[in-house]
Design a protein around this ligand. Structure first.
Ligand code: 8DG
Ligand code: CA
Ligand code: CA
Length: 472
């Protein structure tokens, strides 16, 4: 029998016939065979109503699902309708359940699809009211404690776990456009407000679907809330739309996409009346820096993102070159790729070698560049682009003394917002100064040593946040 999209309609269809006198549908029906022993469902009545709940329970049982009347620790799937993730979490907190890594909080769409399929369908992001990144975490400790309990959300990104699974992308994309526009207009205050807001929403385990869901979330100023409200109501923000159509925004976006071009140069070109890169390239009166020259020369290569496979290939080349001069050196990919990103605008590396001297450290990068330069000339790959079999990729190389490697690794892994908040936290909450080289305790007037990132977090009194949880 094909299942109607809304099974409730079945109940109300047709003239109301006299019902049997018995109370409760399950009492009149014979017990059903349970086909799926691993699952125990509980259907949330809140916002669904008694009738529809009873109807869905009966239907699911008839299809071989185990559906419990009461909530207990043996429940594996909670199914809700018209509830946001935050509402289900709030309700669950009042239920005194043991946090279980098995527990799935799902929208009714999962149950309806499963009943139509005659088996439990795989739970995906579209069904999950609360995301479950932690089940994929390589850290077994985290698998045991999924984020079923909302703790007070910190205003600091370094006290939040932010994976790449963003439930609120519709909002964060909008905020990032607005933040970028404020950056182009050099309005730091508003720029930071929207970047912080984007960052905090990326860490939420649920999607915001009503203004009530924003209660208790830090870093959401009135200006930000207005944008959220508009997106909830209209599906888009008029302010974002206006920015995307704004000539200054479009020009700055285009100009800064050239390697070596920042706000100052963009401002100059915009004031000169330029709107396209071609016209700029042809203006003989303009002087370009060596970086900008390379930026124009390899423009197409550099605007296309770097893939992980390309990053791995670059990593081999970097290691080969570095080891030619410092065979003991450790070469670590940092930046977005270390945080698990699949693409990047460049590839970042940290290089460090036990027992290296100041001189070794000073000379390594020039030596590596020189080696690559010679190779390039030998292979005739200069700026010749015809029949090109290679791609230009931006690489950031950082060399640091071995004793400082933990600070450098933490500093270059990002994200930028995570780094910003780490330093802000150190300053305001711990009276310490953190940068990519060291951690200084202003009270004790000493530099704190660290052999690993974990030790730096411990010095700061912070729970350790794994690199893939730093995508703030
Ligand atoms: P992407 O390349 O995938 O777009 O992102 P990303 O890897 O996170 O950004 P990034 O711009 O390559 O920066 C990586 C980290 O390096 C970031 O956390 C900030 C840090 N960083 C510094 N100093 C500097 C600096 O002077 N320039 C840049 N670009 N990044 C810096 O600590
Ligand atoms: Ca990067
Ligand atoms: Ca970089």
């Amino acid at each position: 029998m094909p299942l109607p999209t809304n099974p409730l309609q079945m109940v109300h269809l047709g003239p109301r016939k006299k019902r049997p006198r018995q109370m409760g549908a399950s009492m009149v029906c014979p017990p059903h065979d349970i086909k799926f022993q691993d699952l125990a469902l509980y259907i949330l009545e809140k916002k669904m109503g008694t009738t529809r709940r009873a109807f869905l329970m009966e239907l699911a049982r008839r299809k071989g699902f185990r559906v419990e009347d009461e909530l207990s620790d043996s429940i594996t799937h909670i199914v809700a309708e018209n509830n946001s993730g935050s509402e289900v979490l709030e309700w669950l907190q009042g239920q005194n359940l043991k946090a279980s890594s098995q527990l799935e909080l799902l929208d009714v769409s999962w149950l309806i699809e499963s009943m139509a399929a005659g088996r439990p369908v795989e739970t995906t992001g579209k069904h999950q009211l609360v995301k479950r990144d932690y089940s994929a975490s390589p850290n077994p400790e985290l698998q045991k404690t999924p984020p079923l309990v909302i703790k007070k959300i910190s205003q600091y990104a370094c006290q939040r776990r932010t994976t790449l699974n963003n439930c609120n992308q519709i909002f964060t994309d909008a905020f990032e456009v607005l933040a970028e526009n404020y950056e182009f207009r050099e309005n730091e205050v508003f720029c930071l407000a929207f970047m912080r807001a984007a960052s905090v929403l990326k860490s939420l385990p649920f999607t915001i679907i009503s203004m009530k869901d924003t209660e208790g979330i830090p870093c959401l100023e009135d200006k930000v809330k207005c944008v959220i409200e508009e997106i909830i109501e209209d599906g888009e923000s008029s302010e974002v739309k206006a920015v995307l159509n704004d000539e200054r925004y479009q020009s700055f976006k285009l100009f800064t996409s050239v390697f070596g071009v920042g706000l100052k140069t963009s401002e100059k070109w915009f004031r000169m009346g330029y709107r396209t890169l071609n016209k700029i390239k042809l203006d003989k009166t303009l002087k370009f820096t060596p970086m900008q020259k390379a930026g124009f020369l390899y423009y197409e290569d550099l605007v296309s993102c770097v893939t992980r496979a390309e990053a791995e290939a670059v990593c081999m080349l970097v290691k080969e070159a570095v080891w030619a001069f410092l065979p003991e050196a450790f070469v670590t990919m940092t930046g977005g790729f270390r945080r698990g990103k699949k693409i990047g605008h460049d590839v970042d590396f940290l290089i460090t070698s036990p027992g290296s001297t100041d001189e070794d450290e000073e000379q390594l990068l020039p030596k590596v560049i020189n080696l690559w330069e010679r190779k390039r000339v030998d292979s005739g790959k200069c700026s010749q682009q015809e029949g090109k079999t290679w791609k230009a990729i931006r690489v950031d190389l950082v060399m640091c003394p071995y004793e400082r490697r933990a600070f450098a690794l933490l500093g270059w892994t990002g994200s930028r917002q995570f780094e910003r908040d780490l330093r802000r936290y150190a300053t305001h909450e711990r009276k310490m100064i953190l940068d990519n080289h060291a951690l200084y305790d202003k009270t004790k007037k000493i530099f704190l040593k660290a052999e690993s990132e974990e030790e730096i977090f411990a010095h700061l009194g912070l729970d350790y946040i794994e690199p893939w949880e730093r995508n703030a």
